[in-house]
Design a protein around this ligand. Structure first.
Ligand SMILES: Cc1ncc(COP(=O)(O)O)c(C=O)c1O
Length: 375
């Protein structure tokens, strides 16, 4: 294999991710914990994260969005229970999950019948979790349909392992009333399903917002995602659990040059030096997932000091203003996300500048970026 020589590296801190899960466990008492590892563990690397979670016992279950994500984790030898959080589309997807012991979400009579038929054809028992609509209005059966659908799953020979729903505003104070109504509705649905066919093994509702703000949403298992990676779902969510950043993103200075007052830097000539200065070029750009929205707005750390991005972020390179008296040299380490001395740039800082959420910032870091795993 050709060694990865690219200076721009995203480093996953497995030790921090594990500490975050330990802190989540401490908060939710004896409940089970499903760690969402979809979207390549929110850009942190689903395989190394899942392997660590299994080896340490830090999580009881893994949550994925796609069948390919589940397959990649199973192919890496991870045996932890996996739940595909959305229903499978098509018999091939169902079969791929059933063959690999991946639990499936079911959302309707059709999806229940499909899993039952495919599993019977394979001579296997499929495990399913019935997703109920309580306010997200994305996927899920209507609350009053849940008892009949649960019985239908039983009759189809499925193992009805879970009943679940999802919380769209659990992470803000303004969403408290809505979330509490969802929790109450979900509890009613759980009671109705229990009356119809006995208790499901695992009722689950809480995402990170639920873990952080709504103890009533914890039921038998919680499903945190973003907080596993050390980030709050919203800047206003109370940090009721201590969290450590799951990712550092670094590069190295590739070029240093003097720029005279009045000279412009970069495409579109959007920045003109107000004084004689020194500019560093760093080999990272929107082609790596370092957003162009950071043009003339973002900053980086070099040698423990903070320097502004000047001009537009290019596809492969970005320029920063070192000021007139800089000693920064080619090869110096640059923190795009992370800490140097007393200075820190967080994923939330970048999300704020981009006008987005931290989830998107880490998911944007793409395959061109070299990957390292520590801890
Ligand atoms: C069904 C479901 N459960 C749990 C999560 C985890 O959410 P969060 O990352 O906000 O904790 C997600 C992610 O969006 C999800 O779709």
């Amino acid at each position: 294999m050709v060694p990865m020589l690219y200076a721009t590296t995203a480093t996953t801190r497995l030790d921090h991710i594990r500490a975050n899960l330990d802190a989540i466990r401490a908060r939710v008492g004896g409940r089970l914990v499903l760690a969402a590892v979809k979207a390549d563990a929110y850009g942190h690397g689903a395989v190394p994260v899942s392997r660590m979670l299994e080896a340490t016992g830090a999580a009881d279950c893994l949550g994925v969005a796609t069948v390919d994500e589940a397959i990649a984790i199973r192919d890496a030898g991870v045996r932890l229970p996996i739940l595909k959080l959305s229903h499978a589309l098509g018999d091939d997807e169902v079969a791929a999950c059933v063959e690999r012991d991946v639990d499936l979400a079911v959302v309707s009579a059709e999806t229940i019948d499909q899993v039952g038929r495919v599993a019977a054809g394979l001579g296997r028992t499929a495990s399913v979790h019935l997703k109920v609509e309580t306010g997200m209005r994305r996927i899920g059966c209507q609350p009053d349909a849940a008892p009949d659908l649960a019985r239908r799953a039983d009759a189809a020979g499925l193992r009805l392992r879970g009943l679940f729903s999802h919380l769209p505003v659990s992470d803000t104070e303004g969403g408290r009333e809505f979330t509490e109504a969802q929790v109450a509705l979900f509890a009613d649905v759980l009671d109705a399903v229990t009356a119809a066919r006995g208790r499901v093994e695992i009722a689950h509702l809480a995402n990170s917002g639920g873990v952080l703000m709504h103890p009533g949403s914890w039921f038998d298992m919680v499903r945190p995602g973003i907080m596993v990676y050390g980030l709050l779902p919203d800047p206003t969510t109370p940090a009721t659990v201590p969290l450590l950043p799951g990712l550092e993103w670094t590069t190295r200075v590739s070029f240093v040059k003097d720029v005279a007052a009045g000279e412009s830097v970069g495409y579109g000539r959007t920045w003109v030096a107000p004084r004689d200065t020194t500019i560093a070029t760093i080999p990272v750009g929107y082609g790596d997932g370092y957003s162009r929205l950071l043009s003339n707005r973002g900053r980086v750390l070099i040698g423990g000091a903070s320097y502004p991005i000047v001009g537009r972020v290019c596809m492969d390179q970005t320029m920063v203003d070192l000021g007139p008296d800089s000693t920064v040299a080619t090869g110096d380490e640059v923190a795009l996300v992370g800490r140097q001395g007393d200075e820190e740039i967080t994923v939330q800082d970048i999300a704020d500048l981009m006008g987005t959420i931290p989830y998107e910032v880490t998911c944007l870091i793409n395959a061109r970026v070299a990957r390292a795993v520590v801890g």
